[in-house]
Design a protein around this ligand. Structure first.
Ligand code: FAD
Ligand code: NAP
Length: 324
């Protein structure tokens, strides 16, 4: 149960801490009661230590829960989603994934090492080992029905995953003499070494499956920080032409903050080049969505979310400290 089906890595909820308080003794009991009832104390403790079940039991050693009661109180392990990163036309009986292995140290980097459950499981999975999976469709995230329409795809980091499927699909369709619209690919990563699928992308460019790729490096020494949206802005007139004038499609995949920033940049481009006021722009953006030409596949809560939470909590704390 503990190794396969229950969530033992997410910090225990206040409700579970209340149960622990009821069976703890001495100082442990006092502290657990505070954590279970004072939400500010709980949030500080949770965000700083992000403790898993084992760490909680080590911190409060008088807590010796009965195994059946513990099992009844723990949440069930949730599935993780990964974008399919290959085309069924190219790999008929395979599904490829592009996974970032999640590992971090808690307590501002000074605490114990934590390992993401699923990404580390996938990293270590043996060949021929059975893995429990199911498929969830993303109905709004397919290549355009009219394959001759241009596509602009934006996927920094593991956000590139679905687009590998796209270029593989386009390659096979091209080999079957299908006419294809232009494809621009915007990818971003920290340093040159993290440029995923570099060779495959080069091959696609040489075969004209991808017309142009743009690489935004955010932490390459001796280069100024670049994000995908900076590159999109550099290509503003072409983006406007392909998306608005040629009625192309725009796809974004990855972290939610990045997707918001990219959308903001795109809106700025359409507003400027289309000479629109805000009302006209909003109407056009609705039209893009109605015509299913603006597609998002957002990873939701990601590692970056933890980082953002941490920094916004820190700035809130500083604001409060500076108040008289
Ligand atoms: C639709 C969709 C598609 C996705 N596609 C992909 C994909 O193609 N490739 C991919 O790699 N991922 C993808 N993801 C993300 C993926 O589902 C998992 O969330 C990710 O792999 C982490 O899972 P995990 O089990 O390894 O980590 P978990 O055990 O879930 O641990 C991650 C959690 O650890 C915590 N955490 C992380 N870093 C820190 C820190 N520094 N400090 C404190 N706490 C921290 C956060 O609470 C975070 O949520 C996708 C998500 C969605 C929703
Ligand atoms: N330890 C490592 O060396 C290492 C390397 C890569 C990834 N990782 C971990 O793996 C996780 C997932 O990795 P990933 O490859 O999917 O993504 P990622 O490396 O976190 O992000 C991909 C690129 O997107 C950039 N980015 C961040 N915020 C953005 C924004 N608002 N708009 C546009 N671009 C933005 C990143 O820049 P910045 O990060 O510079 O802001 C990076 O260049 C990361 O969150 C990270 O913790 C670790």
């Amino acid at each position: 149960m503990f190794s396969r089906f229950l969530d033992i890595t997410t910090p225990p909820t206040p409700n579970l801490l209340k149960h622990f308080a009821s069976i703890a003794t001495g100082e442990d009991q006092k502290r657990l009661e505070i954590l279970a009832t004072d939400s500010a104390e709980y949030e500080d403790w949770r965000h700083y230590s992000f403790p898993n079940l084992l760490e909680v039991l080590l911190e409060f050693q008088s807590v010796r829960p009965l195994a059946p009661l513990l099992i009844a109180q723990l949440p069930v392990l949730q599935p993780r989603f990964y974008s399919i990163s290959s085309s069924p036309l190219k790999y008929r009986n395979e599904v490829h994934l592009t996974v970032a292995v999640v590992q971090y140290n808690t307590q501002d980097g000074k605490g114990p090492r934590h390992y993401g459950v699923c990404s580390n499981f996938l990293k270590d999975v043996a060949i021929d080992q059975e893995v429990c999976v199911f498929i969830r469709r993303a109905p709004g995230f397919y290549l355009p029905e009219k394959l001759t329409k241009p596509i602009i795809v934006v996927g920094p980091g593991t956000g590139i995953a679905p687009f590998r499927g796209y270029w593989q699909h386009r390659l096979i369709l091209h080999e079957r003499s299908q006419q294809l619209g232009k494809m621009l690919l915007f990818f971003g990563c920290r340093t040159k070494e993290l440029d995923l699928y570099q060779e495959e992308k080069q091959e696609m460019v040489s075969k004209k499956i991808i017309d142009k790729t743009f690489l935004a490096l955010s932490r390459e020494p001796s280069q100024s920080k670049m994000y995908v949206q900076n590159m999109i802005l550099d290509q503003a007139s072409e983006v406007y032409k392909l998306l608005v004038l040629d009625e192309g499609h725009f796809y974004v995949c990855g972290d939610c903050t990045m997707a918001e920033d990219v959308l903001k940049t795109l809106k700025g481009i359409i507003k400027k080049y289309g000479n629109m006021d805000n009302a006209k722009l909003e109407k056009y953006m609705l039209l893009l969505r109605d015509q299913n030409r603006y597609h998002e596949d957002i990873f939701g809560i990601t590692l970056r979310t933890a980082e953002i939470h941490k920094s916004s909590r820190e700035s809130a704390r500083q604001r409060m400290a500076s108040q008289p």
